[in-house]
Design a protein around this ligand. Structure first.
Ligand code: BGC
Length: 389
């Protein structure tokens, strides 16, 4: 089984100036100072990968930054492509399985100016980008798109992320375009090597009725579940070699369309989320009938309480291992995330990392959960079985 961590380019690399978020971050939360030099991962990628191996992990999910690779339409920056190719090779040489994400929320500015995902040329641009990266990088595991429905909702329905739009019909169109683009990328990546394992990282969350006995909330919970959790799989049938799952926490439907993350008096994380590993069991039960291996592509908690972080990791991995024992095919577990990183609208506040953000002279101050994850990797999970959480 794969045991590792995940990151995304914009959140950790530093000095990305040509992405839509490079401008957008200033409009929403200037108090969080923007991604800026982030965690310096672009400068130190090779050493960072070796550090993951030294810790004892066997997998690393990272994303390639489209705005670096294609700074202008149809123009490839070979040095950027080489950078990511070297990351893949270094990982493979030191015993880390690379899991490459093609699109993790950001777009090049030139594409955003053309209408972004809703540009009539989006699919062509994305296909060209996938061909360039898919040819240059010899990786087995690929995530085409990270959380397509989150991008649709946060960027096009709630307007809280780039491109800051608020339209239900637009959000639904974005979901469909990303589904078509995923299917296209699925084919392109397999043309280079049919043995590749290609999927999406799909955010899944049980959406409960906020007021359990309120009929409107109950209907809202069903409607939102269908749109947010299920539609993308319906639109992309036959286009997955594995089911990539980003799981964090539950949600609540308050009315037909509004969603919130907690009820009054519930204990919440720094993100305001209510966590319960039983919710992961629910999510896995939806996936079992689909008959594909599950790869947890993200799972983590924003907290400065290290006992809480370790407990979260243990309880969620335990649920995953129990599902595996009950017959679910499980390909791996990738924790989110390596360092406390630029958390989009929340900036540098939430601490999701197995380490704090690097400071000069220290890139990795491992928190206890990092050692725990390494122990799980060394024993393929056995270190946890029999232990009470
Ligand atoms: C995203 C990450 C983000 C994480 C925690 C996921 O929605 O893929 O980029 O940092 O959740 O909020």
């Amino acid at each position: 089984m794969l045991w590792g961590v995940g990151t995304s380019s914009y959140q950790v690399e530093g000095d990305i100036h040509d992405a839509d978020w490079s401008d957008f971050e200033q409009t929403i939360a200037p108090q969080f100072q923007g991604a800026k030099e982030a965690c310096g991962h672009y400068l130190h990628a090779q050493d960072d990968i070796r550090a993951l191996r030294a810790l004892g992990l066997n997998a690393y999910r990272f994303s390639v930054e489209w705005s670096r690779i294609e700074p202008a339409p149809g123009v490839t920056d070979q040095s950027a492509l080489d950078h990511y190719r070297r990351m893949v090779v270094t990982a493979q040489e030191c015993g880390i399985e690379p899991v490459v994400t093609l699109h993790h929320f950001t777009l090049p500015k030139w594409l955003a100016a053309e209408g972004g995902v809703l540009s009539p040329h989006f699919s062509d641009h994305f296909a060209r980008f996938c061909t360039a990266v898919g040819t240059a990088l010899d990786a087995t595991w690929w995530v085409t798109i990270n959380e397509p429905m989150v991008l649709a909702v946060m960027g096009h329905l709630l307007g809280e992320w780039a491109p800051g739009r608020r339209s239900a019909t637009e959000a639904s169109r974005v979901g469909r375009v990303l589904a078509r683009s995923h299917l296209q990328a699925y084919e392109i990546l397999h043309e280079a090597d049919s043995a590749r394992k290609v999927g999406v990282a799909k955010h899944l969350t049980p959406i409960l009725a906020y007021r359990p006995h309120n009929l409107v909330d109950q209907v809202g919970s069903r409607l939102q579940h269908t749109f947010f959790n299920q539609r993308f799989y319906e639109w992309t049938k036959g286009g997955h070699d594995f089911l990539g799952v980003n799981f964090y926490a539950r949600s609540y439907a308050k009315g037909l369309f509004a969603v919130c993350r907690s009820r009054p008096h519930e204990a919440v994380t720094q993100m305001g989320w209510v966590t319960d590993s039983a919710d992961l069991a629910t999510v896995l039960s939806w996936l079992k009938p689909l008959g594909l291996p599950v790869l947890i592509t993200e799972n983590g908690i924003a907290t400065l309480d290290e006992d809480a972080r370790s407990d979260y990791l243990k309880s969620h991995v335990r649920v995953l291992l129990e599902a595996r024992a009950a017959g679910l095919s499980v390909a791996g577990y990738l924790h989110w995330t390596l360092w406390d990183n630029f958390e989009w609208r929340e900036g540098w506040g939430p601490a999701f990392g197995l380490c704090p953000r690097p400071v000069p002279g220290q890139r990795f101050a491992w928190r206890p959960a990092a050692r725990l994850l390494a122990e799980l990797c060394a024993t393929d999970g056995a270190a946890l079985l029999g232990r009470s959480v």
